[in-house]
Design a protein around this ligand. Structure first.
Ligand code: C5P
Length: 213
């Protein structure tokens, strides 16, 4: 009997504004897979807590907010706000909240998916057939975020965004539970001096190699 192939899962991790989201969306379209930006789940919890004036370290309130999430209705445009991203990285340090969201995220991935976040290759989908760790210098990432913020007509300076990115990197990399780190078997893609097309082509090659194996 031919060996049953597992559903294809592509795990993409990396820091804020590294290009992982764009890459993930393109790979999902290319391989016709569902896509989940797991950062949105942390953002949605933080936004809900802020809307209800709850302290961002209230783990009970965070778990309740997580339990009421519906992955089908996450509002990417609203949640993309820079300040919600900073709040998300504060709620993301709470272990029980992470456990709740990881269960939700794994449920999404059961039939195969492209998932992006900070801990996909290490914790959420450690058996993913393809793992990518997408990074870029803090300056290059701040420049990209600054252009996005400018294009939206929002006010923020490059210096403020660079400072936020550095703070977020430090918080995400130093937390005790599921810190941002490259899985041992992840392929590193550094987009500092690479356009998205080149990054996409190298990621696509890696996925094709895994599918053919
Ligand atoms: O990727 P994004 O910038 O939307 O993520 C917002 C925050 O959510 C991150 O800074 C990080 O603290 C948290 N996060 C996480 N684990 C994930 C995805 C996001 O801790 N898998």
């Amino acid at each position: 009997m031919a060996a049953q192939k597992l559903p294809l899962t592509v795990a993409i991790d990396g820091p804020a504004a590294s290009g992982k989201g764009t890459l993930a969306r393109r790979l999902a379209a290319e391989f016709d897979l569902p896509y989940l930006d797991t950062g949105l789940t942390y953002r949605a919890v933080a936004a809900k807590m802020q809307a209800e004036d709850q302290a961002l370290d209230d783990e009970g309130a965070a778990i309740k907010a997580a339990q009421s999430l519906d992955l089908a209705t996450l509002d990417r445009v609203f949640l993309s706000d820079h300040q919600i991203g900073a709040a998300a990285s504060k709620v993301a340090v709470m272990p029980k909240l992470r456990a709740e969201l990881v269960t939700l995220q794994r449920g999404f991935a059961v039939k195969g998916a492209v998932m992006d976040g900070r801990d996909i290759g290490t914790v959420v989908c450690p058996n993913a057939q393809v793992k990518l760790f997408v990074t870029a210098s803090a300056e290059a990432r701040a420049e990209r975020r600054f252009k996005e913020v400018e294009a939206r007509g929002d006010a923020s300076s490059y210096a403020d965004i660079l400072r936020d990115i550095r703070q977020r990197d430090a918080r995400d990399s130093s937390r005790s539970v599921s810190p941002l780190e490259k899985a041992a078997d992840a392929h590193l893609i550094d987009t500092t001096n690479m356009d998205i097309e080149t990054a996409f082509l190298s990621a696509k090659t890696l996925v094709l190699q895994a599918v053919e194996r």
